[in-house]
Design a protein around this ligand. Structure first.
Ligand code: CP
Length: 320
């Protein structure tokens, strides 16, 4: 695996999952693996879990890490080709990516969707240009269309908690006061489609995700119907894809409540966090013993470590 920008970079998902499971048992088994190697985590946007869990994962394999909040101390980057750079953008990605690639062995990038121009967001040009110009493995720490480290974490967590071979997993839209990207939902669907789980998506009409992600996955517009017999409820807000970046309605009726959870097969409640209490989900659900959001978040370290180990191993193999 050279990069980790989406599930399409994963050459052997079973092996990656096995690596994660091995890490859970022996987190420091490869504590020398990242020796004399370094990683830059480049953040264009805020983060708690991604920022901390990826650094902790690196620590457990001896990989030196530098975190760079590029909007707070870096130059404003230009991504267009052939631009006359007379505006507020002082450095082109061609130089910035190449320089960071000269300093570090692995680069992680968080760059959210702007939610104004769908074509621009879905072109993924920040990740794509860092892959092209840095010459080093790139890890997606959440980009406009995907959050693969989160989705891999979600897969690890469902494998850990499932009670039946093929659980019913429901991705349920939830209300939110601000327009949020589709990245977590897109990516979750993309990863779940690699399993034989019974995946169902539920959202109000108008919140259809891009077909490239949801093709073949049933969409149920009645949330209560979707919840019936579910083993996992994975809740997430996203803004509209068709009417791009818009909040169509607040629809607090879609909040996950204890009453709705009673329709499920005693389901586990999941969310990537951060979560707005009593907007996305009732306190009673989040504080219940069915909520696994904390072990889910803890698994972010495991997912990141498995990805780092796999990338480092691929690099060693290529250099042999
Ligand atoms: N789930 C997640 O990516 O959390 P952060 O935005 O805090 O990193």
């Amino acid at each position: 695996m050279n990069n980790f920008t989406s599930i399409h970079d994963v050459t052997d998902l079973s092996a990656l999952l096995q690596t994660a499971q091995d890490i859970k048992e022996l987190p420091f088994a490869h504590e020398q693996m990242g020796r004399q190697q370094s990683m830059c985590l480049l953040f264009f946007n805020a983060s708690l879990r991604t920022r901390l869990s990826t650094q902790q994962a690196a620590f457990r394999i001896g990989l030196h890490t530098v975190v760079f909040d590029i909007n707070a101390g870096g130059w404003n980057l230009e991504f267009e080709d052939g631009t006359v750079m007379k505006g507020d953008k002082a450095e082109h990605v061609k130089e910035a990516a190449a320089v960071i690639g000269a300093y570090f062995d692995i680069i992680g990038i968080r760059t959210f969707a702007g939610l104004k121009d769908r074509e621009e967001d879905y072109a993924e040009r920040v990740i794509e240009q860092f892959v092209r110009y840095s010459g080093k493995p790139v890890i997606n720490l959440e980009s406009p269309t995907r959050h693969p480290l989160q989705s891999f974490t979600d897969l690890i967590t469902i494998e850990e908690y499932k009670q039946v071979e093929k659980p019913k997993v429901v991705l349920s839209w939830a209300p939110h006061p601000r327009a949020l990207p589709q990245a977590v939902a897109n990516s979750f669907v993309e990863w779940m489609k690699q399993t034989d789980y019974n995946l169902v998506i539920t959202h109000p009409p108008g919140y259809e995700l891009a077909k490239q992600f949801t093709e073949g996955v049933p969409v149920v517009y009645k949330q209560m119907e979707a919840f019936a017999d579910a083993d996992f409820i994975y809740t997430k807000n996203w803004s509209a894809y068709d009417d791009y970046g818009k909040i169509l309605q607040e629809d607090s009726d879609w909040m996950v409540t204890q009453e709705k959870m009673k329709l499920t097969n005693n389901a586990r409640f999941m969310h990537c966090l951060p979560i707005r209490r009593n907007v996305i989900v009732e306190d009673a659900v989040l504080d219940s013993d069915r909520s696994i959001v904390i072990p889910q978040a803890a698994n972010r370290m495991v997912a990141a470590q498995a990805v780092l180990q796999t990338i480092l191993q691929s690099t060693f193999d290529r250099e042999l």
